[in-house]
Design a protein around this ligand. Structure first.
Ligand code: UN1
Length: 518
């Protein structure tokens, strides 16, 4: 049944001939599933079904829609282990993290269930008698979404839970790296009681495939709202297409996330935080550490401690609970990483790590766990020192297990370096001086910042998103995301039985402005 599926749309399931396989990146002999690239016609069918379903879905009372979200959350929870195992098998993140990925979706459902009983508008006084004013949140229509493979459960839930709750219908193009996870996540949504046509999945590639057709669908009038998590380059293109059509997409793009360690920091904490920020998920989070900015006073001591912890780090089999990270998501991500090492690291830089690139049986990582590293796409952790603001590597997102080291003399310089990359997604500072924290919070140009914590690990009910090249100012999660999936409508209801003119037929009383206190 799951073979060669290209369109999944409730009762309508279609297959395709141009197939692609999902492969376990920790063991490439393990083919997880074969799906097919959806055709342009199939994307159109999905959008048409969504358009048709919108008329009735928006009329379903919000608490009833929220009931389906609640069911979805419960179903995800009761399938948490199987789904987590599948996430880990399909895209390679450690099982512990895969469980977190799934938990984030459960949290998101839980958060939004009661929002179905709010979705508050306001009653607003009128400036005229016998007239009432109100505001309502109205759904937007058909929501088209392209998501990435690094968070195949959490990030889609950030989009679809609020989108559906608010009364929109959806067409989803999930990552080619996690089709089976997307398939089951969608099956659980159907089992939760979602009416036919409200939610469809089109499988396959982005470029020259369903992703591209879905973006074109904005021009074709198929889509009313777009959501995208992925590269800045593709995000910019989506922004252009949506802008031309007077739409504002939700764009969650790249990052070059800085972490500053000041001279008063707890170095034990900061070294652990830096390693996790840089190498958790093999650096394949948009919130992963990009530039580590060390105060000159603690630089040498910090690096000594860091390299010691790095040497003890365990890499390998995603199911092994002791690992920090497993394989790259796919061969493409590994090759991109290898190309970055080749292209971006220059003679002026100093590699603090002696082994870089691909981990193999011939060139193994000392603390390797699992079968042969040759079975999968495993890479060494890389730390690049002596990076300056003039270097391309300083401002280029690398999305792999590598980060840069830079040095600063004071907080002003640290903030300049942190803000200079053009990105502004996540960030972190380690310091114990309240005044430094205060200045940092005010001056760091990032959508998210951590004090004495990792650059990664945003919680499900806080606004998530970035500035600059990291997005277009949209935010996901928490109550703030409601503004992405609804439009405000103001209503004024006149019961006076006559045409009352705003600003003119008011009962404003004039003051005696000549009066002066004696
Ligand atoms: C992403 O990398 O696209 O904050 C999302 C974090 C996770 C989500 C990352 N909760 O690291």
């Amino acid at each position: 049944m799951k073979d060669k599926i290209s369109l999944l749309s409730g009762s309508v399931v279609e297959t395709g001939t141009k197939t692609f396989t999902s492969i376990n990146p920790a063991d490439t002999s393990d083919t997880v599933a074969t799906f097919a690239h959806a055709s342009r016609d199939q994307v159109k069918v999905a959008c048409e079904r969504a358009r048709k379903a919108f008329a009735s879905w928006k009329k379903v009372p919000a608490p009833v829609r929220a009931g389906i979200i609640q069911n979805w959350g419960r179903l995800i929870e009761s399938n948490k282990e199987a789904l987590s195992q599948l996430v880990s098998r399909e895209m390679g993140k450690p099982l512990r993290e895969a469980r977190g990925d799934v938990q984030e979706a459960i949290d998101t459902c839980n958060f939004f269930v009661s929002e179905g009983r709010r979705l508050y508008g306001m009653t607003v006084p009128s400036e005229m008698a016998n007239k009432e004013c109100y505001t309502y949140r109205r759904p937007i229509g058909v929501f088209g979404c392209i998501s990435a493979g690094n968070f195949p459960v959490a990030v889609p839930s950030w989009y679809f839970v609020p989108a559906l709750l608010c009364g929109n219908t959806c067409v989803w193009k999930p990552s080619e790296d996690s089709p089976l996870t997307s398939y089951y996540l969608t099956q659980l949504l159907y089992k939760a009681g979602l009416p036919d046509g409200v939610f469809s999945v089109v499988f396959g590639s982005g470029a020259k495939g369903p992703g591209e057709y879905l973006i074109d669908g904005v021009n074709d009038g198929w889509i009313d709202k777009f959501g995208f998590t992925g590269s800045t380059e593709v995000g910019r293109h989506i922004g252009e297409v949506c802008g031309k059509n007077l739409q504002t997409p939700c764009l969650e793009l790249g990052g070059k996330n800085p972490m500053v360690v000041m001279d008063d920091a707890d170095l034990e904490l900061a070294t652990t935080g830096a390693l996790w920020s840089g190498f958790g998920t093999a650096g394949q989070r948009c919130t992963s550490l990009g530039n580590l900015i060390l105060h000159t006073q603690i630089r040498e001591k910090f690096l000594g401690m860091l390299m010691k912890k790095l040497a003890a780090m365990v890499i390998g089999d995603p199911a092994n609970p002791t690992i920090t990270y497993g394989p790259m998501i796919s061969e493409k991500f590994m090759n991109d990483h290898l190309r970055n090492l080749d292209k971006l690291v220059s003679k002026t830089h100093k590699l603090l790590t002696t082994q870089n690139g691909r981990i193999t049986e011939k060139n193994p990582w000392a603390n390797w766990v699992g079968e042969s590293p040759d079975d999968g796409y495993f890479c060494f952790p890389t730390i690049v020192d002596n990076v300056t603001p003039d270097d391309e590597i300083y401002r280029t997102e690398t999305f792999g297990p590598m980060f840069n080291v830079m040095t600063c003399k004071n907080l002003d310089e640290a903030i300049r370096l942190a803000n200079g990359t053009g990105y502004g997604l996540s960030s972190a500072i380690y310091t114990n001086t309240p005044a430094s924290v205060y200045q940092w919070k005010e001056d760091i140009n990032a959508g998210m910042t951590s004090i004495n914590n990792s650059t990664t690990g945003a919680e499900a009910h806080l606004p998530f998103g970035g500035n600059g090249k990291s997005g277009n100012g949209s935010r996901q999660s928490g109550v703030w995301v409601l503004d992405q999936f609804t439009r405000w409508q103001s209503v004024n209801w006149d019961m006076s039985g006559k045409l009352q003119l705003a600003q003119m037929d008011t009962g404003y009383v004039s003051a005696d402005l000549e009066y002066r206190i004696p």
